[in-house]
Design a protein around this ligand. Structure first.
Ligand SMILES: Nc1nc2c(ncn2[C@@H]2O[C@H](COP(=O)(O)OP(=O)(O)OP(=O)(O)O)[C@@H](O)[C@H]2O)c(=O)[nH]1
Ligand SMILES: [Mg+2]
Length: 243
């Protein structure tokens, strides 16, 4: 159970009449937490828009390849964009160390018992980081396909990463994450010969929960497909009007 979002409460949301007092209290707390989060997310979004910062929230199960994707991206695009990274993990600065090694400014957030980043954490990280105008801010969320879906961070786009080792049915088992994302990156395609993963089924399941979802297939290990991801990024970056 997450100490901050009370995700334990979700198992209480049945269809039948359920009037235990503890259940009612938990739902109210969840509403309050999300209300406050959404207000702060709007504040973050306004800040990002004012400074023309493209903020992207990278979400996935643990180990799908979020940090690997960032390592490749930051290395390959360092001459073209100014980038910043916020790293979310329960413990350690291992991912921040990997990002730091690419020469990118990075802030690590350790959530402790928490299973997701929230808008308040991002606000604090951004205040310390002071990203420059016309930059890209990548926010790597805690590896978790459930709770981060509920927490708006003020990002422009949410990018969900799934790797072929996880099984092609994840989009219908964890629909909220795929429903709230703009782009789905399917990673570890180099392993396709060794695992029972149907690309067609995965896309079909994902479209059932989000007909507008875009897909890019990549391998962070051999670099296959990364140019399509870089192209997607370039199209999202708003070029400031010349003065
Ligand atoms: N074969 C293969 N392995 C990959 C690929 N991308 C990442 N990996 C491996 O997958 C493991 C997890 O990668 P990470 O980038 O740490 O994953 P993550 O999503 O950042 O993990 P958390 O931050 O713990 O949620 C590492 O051992 C990577 O080397 C890929 O495209 N192919
Ligand atoms: Mg990581």
């Amino acid at each position: 159970m997450c100490a901050t979002c009370g995700c334990d409460s979700h198992s209480h949301q049945h269809d039948h009449d359920h009037s235990h007092s503890h259940s009612k209290t938990i739902v109210e707390v969840e509403k309050d937490v999300l209300y406050e989060n959404n207000m702060l997310a709007q504040r973050n979004r306004g800040y990002f828009e004012a400074k023309n910062i493209l903020a992207l929230n990278l979400v996935s199960s643990p180990g799908s390849g979020k940090t690997s994707l960032l390592e490749r991206t930051l290395t390959d695009l360092k001459e073209q964009f100014t980038c910043y990274v916020i790293e979310g993990d329960q413990q350690t600065s291992r991912d921040a160390d990997r990002i730091h090694a690419t020469g990118t400014k990075v802030a690590q957030i350790n959530t402790g018992k928490g299973c997701h980043l929230d808008a308040h954490m991002v606000l604090h990280a951004v205040q310390g980081m002071k990203p420059s105008e016309n930059s890209i801010l990548f926010i790597e969320n805690v590896g978790n396909l459930v709770c981060p879906a509920m927490f708006d961070l003020g990002e422009k786009e949410r990018v969900v990463i799934i790797s072929v080792t996880e099984g092609d049915d994840k989009p219908i088992k964890y629909p909220d994450m795929f429903h709230t994302s703009t782009l789905c990156i399917i990673n570890k395609t180099d392993l396709l010969p060794y695992v029972p993963f149907s690309m067609d089924k995965c896309r079909e399941y994902a479209r059932q929960v989000n007909p507008n979802l875009q897909f890019i297939e990549v391998s962070c290990t051999n670099g296959e497909g990364l140019p399509a991801w870089y192209q997607w990024l370039k199209e999202k970056v708003l070029v400031p009007e010349s003065v």
